[in-house]
Design a protein around this ligand. Structure first.
Ligand code: GLC
Length: 679
């Protein structure tokens, strides 16, 4: 047994490599005993002659506590120890303070849906992999490199659920199955996996308002089987007298008499699309389960269809006519009534807010945020659209689609462009994220409604405004509407002027058979556009000045340039021809000026904009030009031209023109550290 024996107060005998049994005992002592010994040791180390004795002993591991205390109180040990102690405390505090400062000063990181354009794929028309003339999921998978080429990372795919295709997939027979026309669930899983492997996000179409009349719920509802009896909206009526004057979006009464149930059911779209009854909690549960089903599969978000139609007033009163003098029996279109009882009813936002909460539960892993966008045409009641952003206490969609740029061709001009952009920016709730749509499967292609010569300027507008742009397939190459030989769209069959086939024709990949869309020798579901041999992806990719090459250049710039992704947007000019705006960021000398011509050839004089330097460098022009720089007092643009100019200045425009400028989330740039901070 090792030991250290204290023989008397003058001599200390240390046995080499040993421990004193007395000290071992100490370990087991009560704290009172040990503290009394500590006291002795302390007082003992400070008393006269003993000190000399103990100072002759060199400290080493295993020394008795008294000796240790004696040495540890010596300045040469104590001072460095205390210094180190305070250093550790100071470093810890500094680290905490730095962390808090960084967190407090860092602007919020942007989510994936803010950093990329959204690309809409209409699956029937994108790529046919099995030569049946209709596009499918495998076809989309074959073309993933197209999105990579365009630098687009979010793909919204219009419905591919099992469907009788009366409204081409917007009439769902089974929300948990893929329609065989588009492939199998395995094809879907493969597509999703391949997309995720490539860093692409998949946004599904989700259709809450209605199902197909072939859906099992409707079949059971019409024969009164519980619990499905009230899954849809039924009212007493006779075959020739509907319950009220409500009209469908597709025209005529919203009510259809059902022989089996001998009642009328409500349909705000086709009669083959009966409206679900959201006053029935079971319906909400069922539809929520479907959201879970797809989120569990790993989809990255939903585009929610026709949400304003989800609830109707239960009293079923007639809606007021827009023209009170019109013969009520002639009222048969959506625009002849005020939809006080069928659109945006109370309770709607609560349902959407709850769905957002469900989606948030799947959004916790980094990079796995599940995105939600809603479709709502408010027809100029923009406050109604803005409400879908949610409120300060309840989050709702990430954004409602902004369809206002679709009105640009109605009065194509610089002033109109400015008006529409500013309408959204001025009405959008503070801190929310803007978005821009210039086309979709329901609206004429911008190349037709505005004119082919404006497509590039539209794309430049879309990709240089702050926020998320949505590009409908084919807009990147300037596809236009096609007068199809056989009408397929039920809306168009009823009234050809409303037909949506012209904007749904197959994607133009190359100048081969069926524009490379399909190998079917006998044709495709809709005609191929006659211009496909000159307007196609392959040809345009080979040309650095083509519409697609410019789209790509802008999309890459949007991602890489913080002025575009985080900077201020400010109006600087608009007239009948030109809309000009700048993008700038505090702390950064570089700014971008965008000059878009939506009218005729003109020259714009911006000499009154004192914050701009005189010389502006051409970054991109949608039409070939030889000039590399412009003076701000003479910026010539031709009809349909888009010009992206770069400049350097120490002066910011926004502090002097607050009413012309917007930013979603203010951030400043610190060049010394190459970082952004909240300011
Ligand atoms: C949405 C879709 C449209 C469809 C309608 C009914 O508006 O975009 O294509 O016909 O809803 O589902």
């Amino acid at each position: 047994m090792s030991s250290i024996k204290i023989t008397n107060i003058d001599t200390v005998e240390l046995q080499e490599g040993a421990q004193n049994a007395a000290f071992q005992e100490d370990d087991d002592d009560t704290s009172e005993a040990s503290s009394s010994r500590e006291h002795q040791a302390t007082s003992f180390s400070f008393t006269g002659p003993e000190e000399t004795v103990y100072t002759q002993i060199k400290p080493y591991a295993g020394m008795p506590k008294e000796v240790l205390l004696l040495y540890s109180s010596k300045a040469c040990y104590r001072v460095p120890r205390e210094l180190l102690f305070w250093l550790v405390i100071a470093c810890t505090l500094a680290l905490i303070a730095t962390t808090i400062t960084i967190v407090a000063l860092s602007p919020r990181c942007m989510s994936w849906w803010q950093l990329t354009p959204v690309y809409q794929v209409y699956p029937r028309s994108f790529k046919d992999s099995n030569a049946d003339g209709v596009g499918d999921l495998k076809g989309i998978r074959e073309k993933l490199s197209h999105f990579e080429y365009l630098n687009i990372k979010a793909i919204w795919i219009s419905p591919f659920y099992k469907s009788p295709m009366r409204d081409f997939g917007y009439d769902v027979e089974d929300f948990r199955q893929v329609d065989p026309l588009f492939g199998t669930m395995e094809d879907f899983d493969d597509l999703l996996t391949s997309m995720h492997d490539k860093g692409l996000k998949l946004i599904m179409d989700y259709i809450p308002n209605h199902t197909s009349d072939k859906h099992i719920w409707f079949q059971l509802s019409r024969n009164g089987t519980e619990p499905y009896k009230d899954y849809y909206i039924w009212a007493n009526c006779t075959a020739d007298k509907p319950p009220n004057n409500w009209v469908s979006v597709f025209g005529n009464s919203t009510w259809e008499y059902d022989e089996i149930r001998q009642q009328c059911y409500l349909h705000q779209f086709l009669k083959e699309q009966p409206d679900l009854n959201y006053r029935n909690p079971r319906v909400i549960e069922e539809m929520t389960d479907i959201i879970h089903f797809w989120l569990k599969k790993g989809v990255d978000g939903f585009r929610m269809d026709a949400v304003k139609h989800m609830l109707e007033a239960t009293h079923l009163r007639n809606e007021p006519q827009v023209d009170p003098n019109q013969d009520p029996s002639t009222v048969d279109t959506e625009f002849e009534l005020y939809h006080d009882y069928t659109y945006t009813q109370q309770g709607l936002h609560e349902i959407l807010t709850d769905w957002r909460i469900e989606m948030d539960a799947y959004s916790r892993e980094p990079g796995r945020y599940r995105f939600m966008v809603v479709e709502c045409y408010d027809y100029e009641e923009i406050e109604k659209t803005m409400r879908y952003y949610g409120t300060s206490y309840a989050k709702e969609s990430d954004f409602p689609f902004n369809f206002y740029l679709l009105y640009l061709p109605d009065d194509l001009s610089g002033n109109q462009a400015k008006g529409l952009v500013n309408l959204w920016m001025s009405k959008m709730p503070k801190g929310k994220w803007p978005n821009w749509v210039v086309g979709n499967h329901d609206k004429p292609r911008i190349g037709s409604s505005a004119g082919k010569e404006y497509v590039r300027a539209m794309n430049m507008l879309l990709l240089t405004l702050p926020g998320t742009p949505t590009t409908y397939y084919g807009e990147e190459i300037g596809m236009v509407n096609v007068n199809v030989s056989v009408i397929q769209d039920p809306f168009g069959k009823d009234d050809p002027s409303n037909g949506r086939d012209p904007q749904r024709t197959p994607m133009q990949w190359n100048d081969q058979l069926n524009s490379g869309f399909s190998d079917n020798e006998t044709g495709t579901w809709l005609d191929i556009a006659p211009d496909y041999s000159t307007v196609n992806v392959e040809l345009q990719q080979a040309d650095p000045d083509s519409t697609i090459s410019q789209y790509r250049a802008l999309s890459l710039l949007k991602e890489s340039d913080i002025v575009l992704s985080r900077g201020w947007f400010c109006n600087v000019w608009s007239d009948v021809n030109v809309f000009a705006y700048l993008r700038e960021l505090d702390g950064l000398k570089k700014g971008l000026l965008v000059v878009l011509n939506f009218g005729m050839d003109t020259t714009t004089d911006l000499s009154s904009v004192s914050e701009l330097p005189d010389s502006l460098t051409v970054h991109l022009s949608t039409v070939p030009i030889s000039q590399k720089t412009f003076s701000k007092s003479r910026i010539p643009t031709s009809r349909g031209q888009g010009l992206l100019l770069e400049y350097s200045t120490n002066q910011r425009f926004h502090p002097n023109h607050a009413s012309e400028c917007y930013v979603s989330e203010k951030a400043c740039y610190l060049p010394a550290l190459d970082i952004l901070y909240k300011c």
